[in-house]
Design a protein around this ligand. Structure first.
Ligand SMILES: [Zn+2]
Length: 184
């Protein structure tokens, strides 16, 4: 074996290592995801009287009970507090897969949720519906799952193992949009 061939082999191994390491790096990166509330600019517009996805003004009413999730802070609106009820389309543009549905929001300003952790109350979703979307904003049907809230983190992470998935939506058993999950 000549020196060149040894170096060549070493180089080849190095390239193989880089290739494997690179793939691992991509996988590692895909596991860093963030759960995000709706964009603050859209929240503020709606909160300050802007029209909803149906062209109607959000309805202000008293929150009753403990199941009134705000889609901006991804926390629960306290019993007795005022909530806004409105129609929301969690997509930038209308297109065949851009579902529109009812959501609640705090009427008063709240902090935008943007975190690697599943919002705490999501653990009580029973069940949650999750699905991945491609960069074209169309549903990737192979990703659809119904899971218990405590299984959300693992289930969402597994969807992101496919590089073709651009983002994931978490919905309630009623089909109501809860939040979007993206790669960090
Ligand atoms: Zn809120």
């Amino acid at each position: 074996m000549t020196r060149d061939s040894v170096n060549g082999a070493a180089s080849d191994n190095g390239q193989r290592f880089s290739a494997v390491y690179g793939v691992m790096g991509v996988k590692e990166k895909s596991m860093t995801i963030r759960f995000r509330g709706i964009p603050t600019d859209r929240f503020e517009r709606l909160r300050l009287g802007g029209l909803d996805a149906n062209g109607q003004a959000p309805i202000a009413m008293k929150a009753e009970g403990g199941a009134n999730p705000c889609r901006h802070c991804l926390g629960l609106i306290a019993d007795g507090e005022t909530k806004l009820v409105l129609s929301y389309r969690p997509f930038d543009e209308p297109q065949p897969y851009a579902e529109t549905g009812p959501i609640f929001l705090h009427q008063t300003a709240c902090a935008h949720y943007d975190d690697e952790q599943v919002p705490p109350w999501f653990h009580f979703l029973d069940p949650a519906a999750i699905r991945g979307y491609g960069a074209d904003n169309w549903i990737r049907y192979e990703t659809g799952r119904i899971v218990r809230g405590i299984e959300l983190a693992e289930a969402v992470n597994s969807i992101f193992a496919d590089a073709a998935i651009a983002y994931v939506h978490i919905r309630s058993k009623f089909g109501c949009f809860q939040c979007r999950v993206e790669r960090a």
